[in-house]
Design a protein around this ligand. Structure first.
Ligand code: KDG
Ligand code: MG
Length: 412
């Protein structure tokens, strides 16, 4: 079974997505998600210029060998662009293998370890009444676990607060949280860590009082705190029993989590911007985290993320795969198959895609009563409608960035 064709498809229904489609000489097709938010075209170029020519004529069955070949033969290893490209190839090959076997992918990965995947959604609001309304709306939609992001008095616009406006060019389409904005330059947001640290615990106290002790609540610090500030936040949130505190410190300095860990028992999740097992080596071995946040899309595909999660499992660390709207339905389906199969599944992030996206990517995964399931079609269970995709050409879009009151650039 040889790879006969490799196409890189860029489409922008609601937002930009990059998809790799592989076709074998016997006509099987496989899809892989290669979307890297705000840097999409870098992965397109990496795939088109350097990967597609190496794939044509290769045996589509040898997934591990292809992974090692793409990783090691490049000499220049890791990095988000390389690893997103390798991931797309890897997932497309798993899709093909599962279709050839006539099985949903999770069966090839060992079969189902559970009946469905607990998923969390994103509640947010600038004020407490808005936060409460958003939590209520998520409960009505069936969510059984909810991330809470709040505005901070004095700050105009910050990460994680849903906008009802929709994105420019997409007015009326409301994602719960879609930070990338179309336009030639990134939007500037403001930040003040002390104001944030003062405000967030008051919101969690109010949310716990309103919604009771059982609802799993999550929060994303989005890399903005120093280690001691993160320790302070973890400690001040302990009475509200968080499921996790995510990305409390910048991801480059994994040792920072030692200090955070010394001071708080709030569970920690990190890794949405990591891209290999080497980013996790120390923090898993030293048990500095509780959840691995990597997406299949950004961490070298199923082949590599499965290895990370097996390593994590030795330390009772669980999965919490990244699933914002910049992970395409192809990437989401891959996460669901992997999450259903592994033993140490924790939770899956799930933000619903918009109608245009759902028309481009036909899906067989389901959302029922707060649980996701990848479906039972052979392969990933997602197909791309090329005609629909062709209606939405790439549109330049960037993630925002932060400045402090004195103008200093800060982690976003
Ligand atoms: O592309 C960046 C987003 O995926 C990220 O900001 C979302 O932090 C995020 C999350 O936890 O979903
Ligand atoms: Mg996050």
């Amino acid at each position: 079974m040889k790879i006969d064709k490799a196409e890189v498809i860029v489409t922008s229904p609601d937002r930009n997505f990059v998809t790799l489609k592989l076709t074998t000489d016997d006509g099987l097709t496989g899809l892989g998600d290669a979307t890297l938010n705000g840097r999409e075209l870098a992965v397109v170029a990496y795939l088109t210029e350097h990967v597609v020519p190496l794939l044509l004529g290769r045996d589509a069955q040898n997934i591990e060998d292809t992974w090692q070949f793409l990783y090691r033969s490049a000499y220049w290893r890791r990095g988000p662009v390389t690893m997103a490209a390798i991931s797309a190839v890897d997932v497309a090959l798993w899709d093909i293998k599962a279709k050839a076997a006539g099985m949903p992918l999770y069966q090839l990965l060992g079969g189902a370890s559970r009946t469905g995947l607990l998923a969390y959604g994103h509640a947010s609001g600038k004020s407490l009444p808005e936060v409460f309304a958003s939590v209520n709306s998520h409960l009505e939609q069936g969510y059984k676990a909810i991330r809470v992001q709040t505005g901070v008095p004095g700050l105009e616009s910050i990460y994680g607060i849903a906008s009802n406006k929709g994105l420019p060019g997409n007015e009326g389409v409301r994602y719960d949280h879609e930070p990338a904005q179309r336009g030639a330059l990134p939007a500037e947001e403001d930040w003040d860590t002390r104001a944030y640290l003062r405000h967030v615990p008051t919101v969690f106290e109010a949310v716990r009082n309103e919604f009771g002790p059982e609802l799993p609540l999550l929060h994303d610090g989005h890399h903005r705190m120093t280690p001691i500030q993160a320790a302070q936040l973890g400690k001040s949130l302990e009475p509200y029993d968080l499921f996790w505190l995510e990305d409390c410190t910048p991801a480059e300095n994994q040792e920072a989590l030692r200090l955070v860990r010394q001071h708080t028992t709030t569970p920690l999740a990190i890794g949405e911007v990591f891209n290999s097992i080497w980013d996790y080596q120390q923090i898993i071995r030293e048990q500095l985290i509780d959840y691995v946040r990597s997406a299949v899309t950004h961490t070298g595909g199923i082949t590599h993320l499965k290895k990370i999660l097996e390593f994590a499992g030795q330390y009772q660390i669980k999965s919490g795969m990244h699933g914002p709207t910049d992970i395409s339905p192809v990437g989401m389906a891959a996460a669901m198959h992997l999450g259903l199969a592994i033993h140490n599944f924790g939770i899956q992030e799930y933000m619903k895609h918009g109608d245009k996206t759902n028309a481009v990517f036909e899906q067989s995964y389901s959302w029922n009563n707060g649980m996701l399931h990848p479906g039972n079609k052979p392969g990933l269970g997602v197909e791309l409608d090329v005609d629909e995709a062709g209606k939405y050409p790439y549109a330049t879009a960037y993630l925002p960035y932060n400045r402090l009151a004195d103008g200093t650039v800060h982690d976003w």
